[in-house]
Structure formats: C-alpha cells, structure tokens
Write a protein that binds this ligand. Sequence first.
Ligand code: 5CA
Ligand code: ZN
Length: 409
Amino acid sequence: MHAWPASEVPALPGKGRDLQIHDTATQGKITLDPGPVARIYVCGITPYDATHIGHAATYNAFDLVQRVWLDTKRQVHYVQNVTDVDDPLLERAQRDGHDWTELAERETALFREDMTALRMLPPQHYIGAVEAIPGIVPLVERLRDAGAAYELDGDIYFSVEADPHFGGVSHLDAEAMRLLSAERGGDPDRAGKKNPLDPMLWMAARPGEPSWDGGSLGCGRPGWHIECVAIALDHLGMGFDIQGGGSDLAFPHHEMGASHAQALTGEFPMAKAYVHAGMVALHGEKMSKSKGNLVFVSALRRAGVDPAAIRLALLSHHYRADWEWTDAVLAEAVARLERWRAAVSRPDGIPADGLVEEVREALANDLDAPAALAAVDRWVERQNATDGDDESAPGLVSRTVDALLGVAL
Ligand code: 5CA
Ligand code: ZN
C-alpha cells in the first residue's frame, strides 16, 4: 500500500539529545539508544470513522518521536499497518450496506489526506492486513507446530501459557485482562478455550465473510495481533526500538503481540519500548467509534480550520495525558498560531539559539510538547514586545518549530 507524501524536515544547527521515553513494559522512563537507523512500528487505523482527533493525537506523539530521532542525525525506519479486514470494519460495512473493501479504501485515502495536512511524516512501509496474509499464514503454522497454538472448531488460538513473559507489557491482573479482552475484540467466554484470554490467530471462513487460502490452516482470515507481529517482524525484525499506539492497545493488542513474537523467536521483548498515548475524550467520554462521539480532522479542515492549528491543539497536551477536546482548546491553538506567525513575520528578532536547545530538551524528555510550546511562547512574547536586531532569528524559530513540532509557520 502506498503511504502519503513527506513534508520536508529542515536541518537544525547542532544535534538533538537522545530520546528518553516512558516504557509501559518496564513502567518507567528509559533512554533509547538506537543505532544509526532507529526502528519504530506504530499501529495503524482500522479504516472506518477515521481520522478523529484521538487518532490524530496518537499519531502526533509518534511523529514527534521521529522528529527527535531525525534531529539526532539518525535515519528512521518507520512501519505502520492498516487493519483493512477485521470484525468491526466488516460490521460497519454490513450496517451501512457498503462493500467492505470500498469502505476500507475510502477511509484509508481520507486518513492519508489528514496525515498529509497535519504534516505527519509517513512510514516507509504502509502495509494492509490483507496484503500481509501470505506472511501471516506461515507464522501461525509455526506457532501451531511448536505447540503454542491449538485448534477449536477450525479456528486457531494462541495459547498464552506458551509465553513465560505473558503479562510483561501491561502488568494487569487476570480479572482486568478478562474484562479488557471482552471489550477489545477477544472472546473470553467462548467454550473450549484452554485459557479464556487466548486470542485468535486464524479465523476459519464464516459464511458471507471474506476469506483467503491459509494453506494447512484452511480458508479464513488472520487474527488482529498476529497481523502486527507479522508486519513488524518482516520489516523491522526483533528488538526494534518502539512499538506505539494509544493506551487502549497495551492490553490485549501489544501484550498478545509480544507473546506471539516471544513464542516465535524465543526472544523478549519484541520492542525495546512499548509507548502509549493517552485517550482523547469528547463530552466527558473517550472519543470512540462505538460511542460515535467523534470530531473528525477532515470536518475541521472543511470548516476552514488551519491544520497547523489542529496540530498545535494536539501539541498543547502531553502525549501520555488523557484529555478532553473542546472548542476552547481549538480556539487557544488558533490564537497561538496567529501570535507565532506574527512573531516570525517580523524581519528582525531577538536571538533564538537558546530556544532551539529548549525545544530539543523538552521533547527529548518524554516528548514534553507542552514545555516546548511554552518555550516558543516565551520567545514569541519577547519578540512581539521588543525590537531585536538578529536577522536570522525569525527564520531559525520557523525552522525549529517546523523540524521538531511539525508546524509550518
Ligand atoms: N488497527 C488497530 C491497531 S493495529 C486500531 O486500534 N485501530 S483504531 O483505528 O481503532 O485506532 C488507531 C489508533 O488510534 C490506535 O493507536 C488507538 O489506540 C488510537 N486511538 C483510538 N481512539 C483514541 C482516542 N480517543 N484517543 C487517543 N488515541 C486513540
Ligand atoms: Zn497493531
């Protein structure tokens, strides 16, 4: 699948600091030391009801990760999937009387446009679940042949008992796992499973549903977690730097993915850091497709909101915080964008070398975007109040804000 066009990232003087980031698995901040090529896998959308502000906030967090790494003069190898076949997508297509492939294609196209408008850097590999099926089948066969998976009425389940580290990503107790499994695509109450938490690796073909040839697995379609493992291992290999997503992916998705990878390779962890963004709410509840309380990036764009203002609104919250989208959040971002643009439009300015370092410092410290915005705000305030004589300062500030925050002034 093709991704979307990259906006250019200006090079800044000097060099950024290594990223220190909160890792869900070790429950603390760790300093990552990627090689010359940093490797990141970010879970992509299930293409319906995209792109809402919650999605955009999560992708914004991982865009910042890339920008910090690029500023350390590393290359970034970024992989993202599209869950273009799964129960919720099929259910939505069925509900609305649409062809599921058309729904997935249309929503993926809209997501690409939104990502482009928001200046999110694209992945080098943008891979759909359907196109990944030929790589998924042999992994499920291997898990089955190694005794880490079993059959139940034609469906193949992963046995969580196969992984001695199971629980090591989310650290939840059994009851919490069971509740979340039921909420998030699992089937803990299905009779005949070895452990209620065992997730499906391969679902045998159901009447009226799409299916693919699975070789010795029979006709069917892949489970959700193995999709991301197959794509990540194929394009990044084990031990990549970050697996990212919203906090609702820590369990079961990233936990199960880590277990699949452990059972396949004998290695743990699959990712050096499991990084999770907080949930954006609307009217007091998590923005979610099932509740329908959504604000779409495309609707805001159609209403004439500058995508740079949307981006500033996302950046004004720390990525790990849960926060609420309101009209006031957007209005504040629109006003901030105006102030910043006025400041960098002046021909001369007050020196900004210290600002570059402040923004670098803030982002390297667990992506503290609000602290980065506060640093720019301080420069902007002085700049708008004082007559400086540094000709290069406004340009340097524009380039800093562009390169590190993805905001074009
Ligand atoms: N296709 C799977 C991942 S493999 C999936 O979860 N798709 S999704 O469309 O439901 O979500 C895409 C990303 O947006 C995930 O990382 C999810 O955690 C994140 N996300 C969903 N809702 C919100 C929200 N309200 N706030 C923040 N992030 C959210
Ligand atoms: Zn995923």
